[in-house]
Design a protein around this ligand. Structure first.
Ligand SMILES: [Mn+2]
Length: 348
């Protein structure tokens, strides 16, 4: 029996035999479950990175501050070391993990993604009530008008910082610390081409509130993020892995950021092996893995896929696949420098 039907039957029976005062009291008591507020989940993409987790936490906090008490943050996968470091540093608890929406997720706010291929399993897009993101619109459809905010910002965390300001909600030291971390992480210390002067200004402002030196703190963040010595090839591949559909070519594009590509030399062959396994197990046509040197701002793009996909991949990056990859200078951003090229090259 639903809350609503419980309320209706009980309401009808009391109305016939009690005084107005008792009716009112009984009505309120019986009606209480009917008004129990549905949970509102704020959640980011699969293979959660720092920006996606922090966006969920800070946007849920903003909603709470604005009186939407039912909003709470969730993550759709395990936290990476950088995220754990940031949450530990600012003493913010880990969000609840929700990996499947089969039996819950009444109302959902998507942050830092809007692509169904990247969202929590079994999510009904009709349950999405808001989107706050900085990625391309990835085939999102919804039967009603919703708050849908996409800005070409360096990080979703920066967009959310602006939303605090627009709504005149004060930013606490903790939330400022999280948002400055999100921007520094997603823009690779403001070096990525996705980063704008607005991001730099937000970093300065938020760092002040958080009481951190953005240069020193950013260096520490990069050290934690790029420390992959202890990680398995599979852990490296899936750490930041996103699925895409390029004109029918089902693809996975992962990225690992390191301070020196040499640390990956020994693991390169193993990563390629795992890419083949992931391609088969996830039923993909192509898997691309960006081995990105954040110091030199260059990437080695590993490729696994059939001959047709290989042709389009070569077309996208204007080169030949040598030793399973194409190497490119001045390439840092999957969102801006890889996905649009693949999308164009695979267009039929
Ligand atoms: Mn992001």
């Amino acid at each position: 029996m639903t809350n609503r039907s419980l309320f209706n039957t009980s309401g009808a029976s009391v109305r016939t035999c009690f005084s107005p005062l008792i009716i009112t009291v009984t009505f309120l008591v019986l009606a209480a479950p009917a008004f129990a507020v549905e949970e509102l989940i704020v959640i980011g993409h699969k293979s959660p990175d720092t920006d996606t987790v922090i966006s969920a936490i800070t946007y849920a906090n903003l909603k709470n501050m604005m009186g939407v008490k039912e909003a709470f943050p969730a993550v759709s996968g395990d936290l990476d070391n950088e995220t754990k470091f940031v949450l530990g540093y600012f003493k913010v608890p880990y969000p609840e993990k929700i990996t499947d929406c089969q039996h819950r997720c009444g109302k959902v706010i998507l942050v830092d993604h809007n692509d169904m291929a990247q969202t929590v399993d079994n999510l009904n897009m009709e349950n999405v009530v808001e989107v706050v993101d900085h990625h391309r619109v990835g085939g999102f459809t919804n039967g009603k008008a919703i708050f849908f905010l996409i800005e070409p910002a360096g990080a979703t965390g920066g967009i959310i910082a602006n939303l605090y300001e627009q709504n005149s909600i004060p930013i606490s030291r903790e939330m400022a610390g999280l948002m400055v971390s999100a921007i520094l992480s997603d823009t690779v210390l403001l070096k990525s081409p996705t980063s704008s002067p607005r991001d730099a200004a937000a970093v300065e402002k938020l760092a002040k509130i958080a009481g951190v030196d953005p240069v020193k703190f950013g260096a520490e963040l990069i050290r934690v993020k790029t420390d992959i010595a202890f990680k398995s090839a599979m852990g490296i591949l899936m750490g930041d892995f996103k699925e895409f559909n390029f004109s029918g070519t089902k693809s996975g594009v992962g990225q690992v950021e390191v301070a020196d590509l040499n640390v990956l030399t020994l693991k390169r062959a193993a990563i390629l092996e795992e890419m083949k396994k992931v391609k088969d197990s996830m039923n993909l046509d192509m898997v691309v893995m960006m081995l990105t040197n954040v110091m030199k701002e260059s990437s080695d793009l590993l490729f696994v896929g059939n001959a047709t996909a290989a042709k389009s991949f070569e077309k996208a990056f204007g080169g030949k696949i040598v030793n399973n990859s194409i190497y490119r200078e001045k390439l840092l951003s999957r969102k801006l420098q890889v996905i649009p090229l693949l999308e164009a090259a695979f267009k039929k």
